[in-house]
Design a protein around this ligand. Structure first.
Ligand code: 6PG
Length: 269
């Protein structure tokens, strides 16, 4: 099924940008975020972004909520979604919505109706996933298309090379039709709701933000080690069908990559 009416193109090669540290990484990512937002608004459409969870995005959110980035966008025209959520209430310390609300939505005075959050508090996780899928279909899929066209999907990377809540060896990795699934995590909050890989892969731009030496092995397994398959390194499932993919790494996270690998290519499968 062609993605959102655009003809399926050869997946573009990921771009890898290596920054000195987490602060520079956040600043560079904020600059790209705002640049993409300006483009969307200039084209007269809302800027639809799926936020990542975890702790890495905190620095990006802080950069966006302060000068110069806070003043470069009409934030009232953005729509916020989530790549995944832990199955906890929105005010729980582990809630991805809660972190975004504290670090981004409140500082930028984002209105509640601009934010579509996953119902982490629901007791029926599959039902909550299906409900969120309906929201994404209604608000992010172009008319007649099966796939959402997020302007930007922000992702992190776990030390086990998971991304969103697509964890090694879990059921959601094999999903090729649904947009949102309930899934489980091997540690931390067990029950999750996550966008599926195909839902992410139809985005216009996918950005990974990865910081810290603890992620170096996972980065290498995803971007360099072809002997590791996607079931063991789920971030390998993320290959935009026609969009752009950029990895922002700090030096510590990139420390085991061959320095020459600024532009990485994937084998044609
Ligand atoms: C989550 C995230 C997850 C995260 C990675 C990295 O809900 O935890 O979506 O995929 O991005 O686990 O997390 P850190 O940024 O905290 O290292």
């Amino acid at each position: 099924m062609p993605a959102c009416g655009r003809s399926p193109a050869k997946p573009m090669n990921p771009e890898v940008r290596i920054l000195d540290d987490g602060k520079e990484l956040a600043r560079e990512a904020a600059d790209l975020f705002v640049w993409l937002g300006e483009q969307a608004l200039r084209e007269g459409r809302p800027f639809r972004v799926a936020l990542s969870g975890g702790s890495t995005p905190r620095a990006l959110h802080a950069a966006l909520a302060g000068p110069p980035f806070a003043h470069r966008l009409d934030w009232s025209r953005l729509e916020f979604y989530f790549g995944d959520e832990r199955c906890v209430p929105p005010d729980h310390p582990e809630s991805n919505y809660g972190m975004a609300n504290e670090t981004l939505f409140r500082p930028l005075k984002i209105a509640e109706d601009q934010v579509s959050r996953m119902a982490g508090e629901a007791s029926d996780h599959d039902q909550a996933a299906r409900q969120y899928e309906e929201v994404v279909r209604a608000r992010v899929c172009p008319t007649g298309s099966l796939w959402p066209e997020f302007d930007l999907v922000l992702l992190g990377l776990g030390e086990d090379a998971h991304t969103a809540s697509l964890f090694p060896g879990t059921a959601a990795l094999d999903e090729s039709r649904r947009l949102v699934m309930a899934n489980t995590a091997p540690q931390g909050i067990k029950n999750r709701i996550t966008l599926t890989a195909p839902a992410i892969n139809h985005a216009r731009t996918v950005v990974f933000l990865v910081s810290g030496a603890g992620k170096a092995k996972a980065v290498e397994s995803v971007l360099h080690d072809r002997s590791v398959d996607a079931r063991r390194a789920p971030a390998k499932l993320i290959r935009p069908v026609a969009g752009r993919m950029i990895w922002f790494l700090d030096r510590a996270a990139a420390s085991t990559l061959p320095v020459s690998q600024q532009d990485l290519t994937y084998d044609e499968e």
